[in-house]
Design a protein around this ligand. Structure first.
Ligand code: ADP
Length: 165
């Protein structure tokens, strides 16, 4: 048997803010990889307006996974495959909630396959109760005064209340 090479995964996204759906995917990833780097993008190809700036988004994720030695959090700006190569990561994690995610995710995975053929995209599916959950919906409901406590961790809920009032 060849010696085991640690499997390093990157989970890229905006995480504005991190939700329990994202957290569910992190837990699932750790069942099949040795180390996970959550990569928080500071730029967005869709020129989205962010509620939390990139440092706040990184801090929230760090707080949530503070006790987990297998999880790291980092911001990134450039091309995902370059970032993955710098870290020695072999796997990119993305989530599939519904068919509506599929077109965009497939395109991105195939583009990343062109740019970095040595890196595999692994799609994971969340628990059914999180399959309708998105960070944008959390922002929207919270801004309208709705209760999002089921969908985000306590630290995120606190920061949402501070930010939105
Ligand atoms: P992006 O702007 O890159 O889509 P997000 O933070 O919205 O960033 O999502 C990052 C990844 O996490 C995407 O692959 C998305 O499909 C996945 N994701 C987001 N919410 C959930 C959820 N509730 N369950 C499973 N995957 C999710």
């Amino acid at each position: 048997m060849s010696p085991h090479r640690p499997v390093i995964a990157i989970y890229p996204g905006s995480f504005d803010p991190i939700t329990k759906g994202h957290e569910d995917l992190v837990r699932r990833t750790l069942r099949v990889t040795d180390r996970l780097v959550i990569a928080v993008s500071s730029t967005s190809t869709e020129s989205k307006e962010h509620l939390f700036d990139v440092n706040e988004r990184v801090e929230l994720i760090q707080e949530i996974f503070a006790k987990n030695d297998h999880v790291e959090v980092s911001r990134f700006d450039g091309l995902l495959v370059d970032f993955a190569r710098d870290l020695g990561a072999q796997v990119v994690i993305r989530g599939l909630r519904a068919v509506s995610d599929f077109d965009y995710e497939l395109q991105m995975a195939q583009m990343n396959q062109e740019l970095g053929p040595e890196i595999e995209t692994l799609f994971l599916v969340p628990e059914v109760e999180y399959s309708f959950l998105s960070a944008s919906l959390v922002r929207e409901v919270a801004s309208l005064g709705g209760d999002v406590s089921r969908f985000v961790s306590a630290v995120v809920l606190r920061r949402l209340k501070e930010k939105i009032g």
